[in-house]
Design a binder for this molecule. Structure first.
Ligand SMILES: *Cc1c(COP(=O)(O)O)cnc(C)c1O
Length: 421
């Protein structure tokens, strides 16, 4: 059972709201640090183990600075994300670029920063060579096709746009060896929000088998295996978090057999998880604006799907706690909505909650990853700010809320005056 207790009391939230009005996302630094340390410890048997935080999940440089201090690298998939890494002061092999359909400028910036480039396609070898040159270290993304079942969110690997086929990747190592590459990596990611721990052990097995095959057929020794992201979190109270110690022990056993046993050690294990690192430790805090009773009962919040898109776009469950009413019985059924002119702007449908009234503080759980990051401006909605509860309990603003001026910053209103119609 996942713990859905809030790390803040109602009075603490009321105090915060005096300075930072709702809605906002708030992250719990201590919980994020504890979780990061636990992740690292689970794999301490593997020398060179590194988790590259998938920055797209929560692209906030303050959080990245904290995770970096915990020993994490950064996984980027765009030029902007590389720039964020730069502004945090990161460089070299603490950065991994796992992108696809990659523009030349992105490869160039990654190479200039000394980042590890993870190629998504065999045609990118030539493209990279032509545009920026081939670096000494390179990784390739493997799409195992029907050798591996995908999960619900990513679907069948054969249908996915990512990665090299089996044949292509073996050729890829041969080609890159001839081009003078010295350090090689292999990467795969065929799941998203997966809660079955065996899934990740099986993914490691697929890569370890490939590594042995590459050694034999291409004469290339692979130095690191990036097992990707996709570790799920228990959004629903009855779900169970992925047992990282179990995953690690399963991978270690395979490592001993297939890597050490075949003379292929040392091999560094990498992950590039986002959701599992920060997801459970962020909360969207909103206030009830209106209670509306028509054919159904609606609780309208001052937040909308512009602040948290997951329920609206994939019907994702996010647990909801009403501050101060934690112990009241859940006797009333609500659709909890935002104010977008979109009927799927609902945080929950038919959710049993304590009786709500305007100004109640509603806390939506598990928004620490793919929450604020997926925000948007449709309907002129402004993205909220982000707060961090420091380890000492202090609250700091790590991103201010957008203003109407931010929204219009890309429009030239001077030009509008001269614009003849
Ligand atoms: C999205 C993504 C991740 C992170 O996924 P999570 O579900 O947040 O762990 C990692 N790597 C790649 C290539 C991704 O696209």
């Amino acid at each position: 059972m996942a713990d859905k207790k809030l790390p803040f009391s109602k009075s603490q939230l009321e105090e915060i709201i005096k300075t930072y009005p709702t809605p906002f996302h708030i992250y719990d630094e201590k919980a994020i640090r504890d979780n990061a340390a636990r992740f690292k410890k689970a794999f301490e048997w593997n020398e060179g183990f590194k988790e590259y935080f998938a920055i797209k999940a929560t692209p906030n440089p303050y959080l990245m600075k904290i995770l970096r201090e915990e020993g994490f690298g950064i996984d980027c998939s765009s030029e902007t994300e590389l720039e964020l890494a730069k502004r945090v002061g990161m460089s070299g092999d603490e950065i991994m670029l796992t992108s696809n359909d990659t523009p030349a400028e992105e490869f160039k910036l990654a190479k200039d920063m000394g980042a590890i480039i993870n190629l998504d396609d065999i045609s990118h070898i030539e493209y990279l060579e032509k545009n920026v040159g081939v670096p000494e270290t390179i990784c390739m993304r493997y799409n195992p096709g029907d050798l591996k079942q995908g999960n619900l969110i990513i679907g069948h690997p054969e249908e996915a746009k990512y990665g090299f086929t089996h044949e292509q990747i073996i050729d890829g190592y041969k080609i890159l060896k001839n081009k003078g590459v010295k350090q090689f990596g292999v990467h795969t990611m065929v799941a998203s929000n997966e809660l079955d721990p065996d899934y990740f052990v099986e993914t490691a097995e697929v890569l370890f088998n490939l590594i042995a095959e590459v050694a034999e057929k291409a004469g290339v020794r692979i130095n690191f295996a990036n097992l990707g992201g996709g570790i799920g979190i228990p959004y629903q109270p009855e779900q169970k978090a992925v047992d990282l110690e179990y995953v690690s022990a399963g991978i270690k056993k395979l490592y001993e057999k297939k890597i050490e046993g075949n003379g292929l050690a040392p091999l560094k294990i990498f992950f590039e998880s986002g959701r599992a690192i920060t997801g459970p430790y962020g909360y969207l805090v909103a206030s009830v604006l209106h209670i509306k009773k028509t054919y159904k009962l609606f609780a309208g919040l001052d937040a909308s799907m512009a602040n948290l898109m997951r329920p609206g776009i994939y019907g994702a469950y996010h647990h909801i706690t009403v501050a101060g009413k934690e112990n009241e019985p859940h006797t009333v059924k609500y659709d909890v909505t935002g104010s977008l002119c979109e009927n799927n702007d609902k945080f929950a449908i038919d959710r049993m909650l304590p009786e709500l009234e305007p100004d109640d503080i509603v806390v939506i759980h598990d928004t620490g990853a793919h929450g604020h990051a997926m925000g948007f401006n449709y309907n002129g909605k402004l993205r909220s700010g982000e707060l961090l509860q420091r380890v000492n309990g202090k609250i700091v603003e790590i991103r201010r809320p957008e203003t109407i001026e931010d929204y219009f910053a890309t429009v030239d209103f001077e030009g509008l005056k001269d614009f003849k119609v």
